[in-house]
Design a protein around this ligand. Structure first.
Ligand code: LMG
Ligand code: NDP
Ligand code: PMR
Length: 393
């Protein structure tokens, strides 16, 4: 298939254009993080860089799968890490891909549903063509997830870090829509697609010889009812999981995890609770045996991303200034990308089972999850029901 063939190309239609200007940042202290001397070099990788202006190039180079060669870093020799980022075609995923690619220490696999959009996005932020590979992944189809995993394995690359970042949010939908497998779209994409992906790729991560292997699942404050943001209605609540158990198909079961009526904003928040619970369940089951770090995070309110594309225009107009000037929770895409890039590669963020957040000075800290989002029993149940739904049990 065209897409699968394309998925193995490191770079196809390459369109260079001037990148977006970035929001201001206090470079000296890297958003105020106290940086101990020995960490400075690593942290500075995520400082601001100028983006290149280029021309339109068309290129179709078929390469055989390559194992990234070792690179020399000062005295130590460490090969380039390989990081898979889902939904790297816009917003947080793209900004993270850019931040990691420009360190020269990472090869980014951009796992995206729209190949051309991803290619344009990579070029638009100035990522060099050797720094990334785009592979097709539609999380709203379990077949596509399995196909992606096969393609990745065939590429021969090791898997060092997996970032489950992609998401959809349908705040204005009156009726649910569904994935190829008949799951309500937000939970199907944000949770179930990622659940299958990360389960299928766990063995590859185990086999990697990279010094710090990580599985990162992006969470959010809005799924946490121990915060003000998490109390804006509709609130996340997985209830007794009766809808999830029934397959979220809206026919013989509710499309909502708790069995209630469809609400797109709630479905998104519920999916984020599942993401945060899944991270903790991974930690409990696999951290000790595998040494893999499992982490989640709230990167800040990135009010300008495509996540709000389905919201009404008035919301999209007012939301960024509201977050900037009233809640002060706003963070630019670029700064949020640097935060997630830290969770991917900062040598000081290796603790597993943690939900990272950043304070006003942009220093990272271990945050407290809400009661539901840290309920071990619920995490186990979500895991067990999910593995049945995706065909793993
Ligand atoms: C729903 O509406 C939508 O229907 C749905 O489609 C989806 O978008 C969903 O969550 C997403 O939201 C929520 C709606 C109702 O909120 C609104 O957006 C309406 C706005 C009302 C405006 C109020 C004035 C605020 C002043 C700001 C002005 C400027 C700019 C406008 C910006 C617009 C962008 C938002 O929400 C409500 O019911 C409103 C009341 C919400 C308050 C919730 C807070 C409750 C807190 C309770 C206790 C907290 C305890 C926890 C302790 C934490 C400690 C830190
Ligand atoms: P964007 O919409 O900009 O990015 C979402 C990405 O997910 C896009 O690349 C999109 O692809 C991709 N995607 C959507 N559906 C699928 C699918 N079926 N298969 C593969 N990829 C898919 O939003 P954000 O960057 O804001 O969101 C990124 C993450 O950050 C999400 O997990 C979100 O929950 C989280 N987050 C965001 C916050 C914010 O304030 N924006 C706050 C807290 C957390 P395409 O480009 O093709 O549409
Ligand atoms: Mg919120 C107090 C701070 C705060 C923060 C950090 C956020 C983040 N929000 C806050 C407060 C409020 N919001 C308040 C007081 C209101 C009522 C006016 C409010 C409203 C609101 C809406 C309607 N907020 C929203 C929406 C959305 O549609 C967004 C959403 O829920 O997406 C699921 C959203 C968000 N607020 C945030 C963040 C981070 C989001 C969106 C993204 C996400 O959680 O992934």
């Amino acid at each position: 298939m065209a897409l699968q063939a394309a998925a193995l190309l490191p770079s196809a239609f390459a369109i260079h254009k001037e990148g977006k200007t970035s929001a201001s940042l206090k470079d000296s202290s890297l958003f105020g993080i106290p940086i101990s001397d020995h960490m400075k070099a690593d942290k500075r990788e995520f400082g601001l860089r100028k983006l290149s202006v280029g021309t339109i190039r068309v290129q179709a180079v078929a390469t055989s799968p390559v194992f990234t060669p070792a690179t020399v870093q000062g005295k130590k020799t460490l090969r380039k890490g390989t990081v898979v980022i889902t939904g790297a075609s816009s917003g947080l995923g793209l900004a993270t891909a850019k931040a990691l690619a420009e360190t020269g220490k990472w090869h980014v696999i951009m796992a995206c549903r729209d190949f051309l959009k991803a290619e344009r996005a990579a070029k638009s932020v100035g990522m060099s063509k050797e720094s990334y590979t785009i592979m097709h992944l539609d999380l709203a189809s379990l077949d596509s997830v399995r196909q992606f995993v096969e393609n990745f394995k065939r590429s021969g690359r090791p898997l060092d870090v997996l970032v489950c970042n992609a998401a959809v949010y349908q705040p204005t939908a009156r009726e649910p829509s569904f994935t190829a497998d008949g799951f309500e779209l937000s939970v199907g994409t944000n949770h179930l697609g990622h659940f299958l992906l990360s389960r299928l790729l766990l063995d590859d991560m185990k086999q990697s010889d990279y010094p710090s292997k990580r599985l990162i699942i992006v969470g959010s404050i809005t799924g946490n009812t121990n915060t003000l943001a998490g109390n804006v209605p509709p609130k996340a609540n997985l209830g007794d999981l009766r809808g999830l158990q029934g397959g979220l198909n809206g026919l013989n079961s509710s499309s909502m995890i708790d069995g209630g009526d469809f609400d797109g904003a709630k479905a998104y928040k519920d999916s984020k609770v599942c993401n945060m619970l899944t991270m903790q369940e991974f930690h409990r089951r696999y951290n000790e045996d595998t040494g893999i770090t499992f982490a989640s995070l709230y990167p800040g309110c990135i009010a300008t991303t495509g996540l709000f594309r389905e919201h009404i225009p008035l919301f999209r107009l007012l939301f960024p200034p509201f977050q900037k000037f009233i809640t002060k929770g706003f963070v630019s895409e670029e700064d949020a990308g640097k935060r997630l890039a830290q969770v991917v590669s900062d040598p000081s963020l290796t603790k597993s089972g943690v939900y990272w957040s950043w304070n006003k000075n942009s220093a990272s800290f271990e945050n407290q999850l809400s009661q539901e989002a840290s309920n071990a029993e619920k995490a186990r149940k979500v895991w067990e029901v999910s593995e049945k739904l995706v065909g793993l049990a």
